[in-house]
Design a protein around this ligand. Structure first.
Ligand code: F2R
Ligand code: MG
Ligand code: MG
Length: 363
């Protein structure tokens, strides 16, 4: 019976699926209280103490609530679990249902217009309302990237399908190329973490080189014939990451200001997705033990201020996919809203993927 055979690496995959979705949830829940803040050096100590306290075995405190980032991530995971072929009408319906059930999850100001139009139009053309945002230029916010993790997991071993599905799922709300390419870059970073052998150290420069290569088809190039320089904003950011990663630890204070200036910490995809990738890679290059990478990456993401829930959530998704559930602090996890459901969701997503792959092989 080939159909439901469990592959040898299923346990590793389960750890990575759980690590990624829990990582995304933790970053959102832990970063949310600081969203929009400017962080001083004193605040950085407060953030460290806050995380230390939450990691302590006996600490009891109010549940840390998730925001729109997780609400929308859950919708994409649910859609894939219910219908193994990506169904964009279903995704749109779940976004709208979720928003009207719990509108106070801190959604982006303009994306709400998309939800209302989708509802009014009875989901006739699910891509139309987003294409009308910002006078037709589309949203460049990080709302597409912040929720993309389930697609990176689901298609971890099929790059072309992953890119296609991530593009369409993003276009339900974000049609500006910066919004779409930000979601693709986040998706690629998570997927690349699956390609690193379990427990193996990441070569941070190679990691960025691969992203540079993969982003090339999605951005314009320098055109020698026309003597014109066309835009390649995400690759410029990736080159900045390469440069920042070469800097030494004792420059940290100077580096901090430079990161905010060059990578950014805003609500736009261009000024948050590369920042999240940097937070992850910085932690990888400076942290000797695998078990500390997740905490260091997320703490650093929050300490940058600005769009902290989203940058920490995207950092957490990448870091969690790399280290796996076993290297996320179990005490930290239990403070986050719906952490048990998130584990179940990760398992169901993997089971749906396994079922779909087996059916494809048998047909
Ligand atoms: N909305 C927030 N945070 C605000 C404060 C929340 C507060 N803590 C609370 O609890 O109420 N966070 C969430 O929004 C971000 C994701 O936003 P998304 O989904 O991309 O939304 P939207 O509305 O499409 O874009 C967000 C803003 O970006 C600017 N913008 C986008 N495209 C633009 C364009 N083409 N031209 C000019 N501006 C553009 C607008 O200001 C949009 O309102 C995440 O941080 C999530 O956590
Ligand atoms: Mg949010
Ligand atoms: Mg945010």
């Amino acid at each position: 019976m080939i159909r439901n055979m469990i592959p040898k690496n299923y346990e590793i995959l389960r750890k990575k699926f759980r690590g990624c979705l829990l990582g995304s949830l933790l970053g959102d829940c832990l970063g949310a209280p600081f969203e929009g803040d400017f962080i001083t050096s004193g605040d950085k100590i407060v953030i460290k103490n806050y995380l230390d306290k939450l990691e302590a075995p006996d600490f009891k405190g109010p549940v840390k609530q998730y925001t729109d980032d997780t609400a929308m991530t859950r919708c994409i995971a649910k859609a894939l679990i219910d219908k193994p072929e990506p169904d964009y009408v279903l995704m749109a319906k779940l976004f709208v249902k979720e928003y009207f059930l719990e509108p106070k999850r801190g959604y982006g100001q303009n994306v709400i217009t998309v939800f209302k139009k989708l509802k009014q139009s009875r989901f006739q053309d699910v891509f139309k309302p987003a294409s009308e945002q910002f006078d037709g230029s589309g949203s460049l916010g990080n709302g597409g990237a912040m929720r993309i993790a389930p697609l990176a997991l689901y298609f971890f071993n099929n790059y072309d399908l992953m890119i296609d599905a991530a593009t369409k799922a993003t276009k339900l709300t974000h049609t500006n190329p910066l919004g779409i390419n930000g979601a693709l870059l986040q998706c690629m970073a998570i997927q690349q973490c699956f390609m690193v052998k379990h427990g193996e150290k990441i070569d941070v420069h190679r990691f960025v080189d691969e992203l540079l290569h993969k982003m090339k088809p999605f951005e314009y190039e320098e055109d020698e014939d026309l003597e014109e320089i066309l835009e390649k904003p995400y690759r410029e950011k990736l080159l900045t990451i390469q440069n920042l990663l070469q800097r030494t630890y004792d420059e940290d204070d100077v580096l901090y200001d430079e990161i905010l200036e060059t990578l950014g910490n805003s609500i736009s995809a261009l000024e948050s997705v590369p920042t999240a990738i940097y937070c992850f890679l910085k932690a990888c290059s400076e942290t000797p033990e695998l078990k500390d990478i997740f905490r260091n990456a997320v703490e650093y993401a929050i300490s940058l201020g600005g769009d902290t829930d989203t940058i920490a959530s995207m950092t957490g998704a990448i870091a969690g996919a790399y280290v796996g559930e076993e290297h996320l602090n179990k005490h930290l996890i239990k403070h986050c809203e719906k952490h048990e459901e998130t584990i179940e969701m990760a398992d169901n997503l993997l089971a749906a993927r396994h079922e779909q792959t087996s059916e494809m092989k048998n047909s």
